[in-house]
Write a protein that binds this ligand. Structure first.
Ligand code: SF4
Length: 322
């Protein structure tokens, strides 16, 4: 059984004629010890998907489908069970640790809180565990006494990772965990996450707009556009030989190490993702697609198997049902 299975997930904000579909029919699976990257521009539904996995969305969000965590559907869990699962089953690392951490409390107390609440440790045992967690993420245990503003951006993000690991979750969802960091610290944090995931057999769902970072870190990638997965497959195959024009555009948007031409002139994609409240007809990518056909304005292609383990939703990529 997979650690995480998302089946036909829809997330819609509001209802009636003004309803806004943010996630549309997403299917994903993730096994223990594996790393799945979710890519796409801002506004494509990645963060809504991340928050939906632990039902952290506002009350205006309606969710349908299934989110199976070790076979148990998060969408039908009672509140008590959900609270326990949010730390011990799965945890989230957000972008921008300065905003996610409480500025007036010492970071050690913030890491200790879930240990006291969910694992019922004594204060002394929690302090000892906090020290071990900080050392695990490369910080001295003494930093537990620091307030968030006394730490650098990279140190704060390490604290967030220590918090996420505190209750030994089976799944970590990391939403743009390194976007606010400089390149050197970003690389350190990504290597740290990778090591912890493989050492502890945790499943990682890593969200980023940066396909290169995901390809370097993850086993598999899913590319989202306008709330749908339009391509998924082995990470290197999606990055190096994307089957969907949007996947190709994302891949070309970042300079490649060892390729001076791409470093000098990375190719962007004109335009913006569509407003989820006013999605184009047919393939939602057609207004920006450089190879669109006339039929693309009316035909919405399904996600089909284009190669072993590799699917794409494009009329130009012949495939078969997976
Ligand atoms: Fe482009 Fe058409 Fe393929 Fe959509 S279906 S990605 S518009 S070629």
């Amino acid at each position: 059984m997979s650690l995480l299975t998302v089946k036909d997930l829809y997330v819609t904000y509001g209802s009636g004629p003004g309803a806004v579909p943010a996630v549309r029919g997403v299917d994903l699976t993730l096994d223990p010890g594996r790393k799945l990257g979710v890519a796409g521009e801002s506004g494509c539904g990645k963060s809504t998907l991340a928050l939906a996995l632990l039902r952290l969305l506002p009350a205006s969000a309606r969710l349908t489908g299934e989110i199976l965590l070790d076979g148990e559907d998060v969408l039908t869990m009672k509140w008590g069970r959900l609270r326990a699962v949010r730390w011990a089953g799965a945890s989230i690392v957000f972008q921008g640790a300065m905003h996610a951490l409480n500025a007036v409390h010492r970071v050690g107390d913030q890491i200790a809180e879930p240990l006291l609440v969910h694992h019922h440790l004594t204060p002394a045992a929690a302090r000892k565990r906090v020290g071990a967690l900080l050392e695990q993420v490369g910080l001295p245990a003494s930093r537990a006494r620091a307030h968030p503003h006394e730490l650098s951006g990279g140190q704060r993000q390490r604290v967030m990772i220590a918090m996420a690991l505190a209750c030994e979750p089976r799944l970590i969802v990391a939403d743009e965990p390194t976007t606010a960091l400089d390149v050197m610290i970003q690389a350190q944090i990504l290597r740290l996450i990778e090591r912890l995931v493989s050492d502890q057999g945790i499943g990682l769902l890593l969200i980023s707009h940066d396909l290169a970072v995901l390809a370097d870190t993850c086993d598999r990638l899913a590319v989202m556009y306008a709330g749908r997965v339009v391509e998924d497959g082995p990470a290197r195959a999606v990055y190096d030989a994307a089957r969907h024009p949007y996947g190709r555009a994302l891949s070309a948007a970042f300079p490649r190490v060892g390729d001076p031409a791409s470093r000098r002139a990375p190719r962007g994609l004109p335009g913006d993702p569509p407003d989820p409240a006013a999605l184009p007809s047919g393939c939602t990518f057609h207004p920006r697609c450089p190879v669109a056909l006339d039929t693309c304005a009316t035909e919405d292609p399904p996600l089909l198997r284009a190669a072993p383990g590799h699917r794409a939703a494009c009329v130009l990529t012949p495939g078969s049902p997976a």
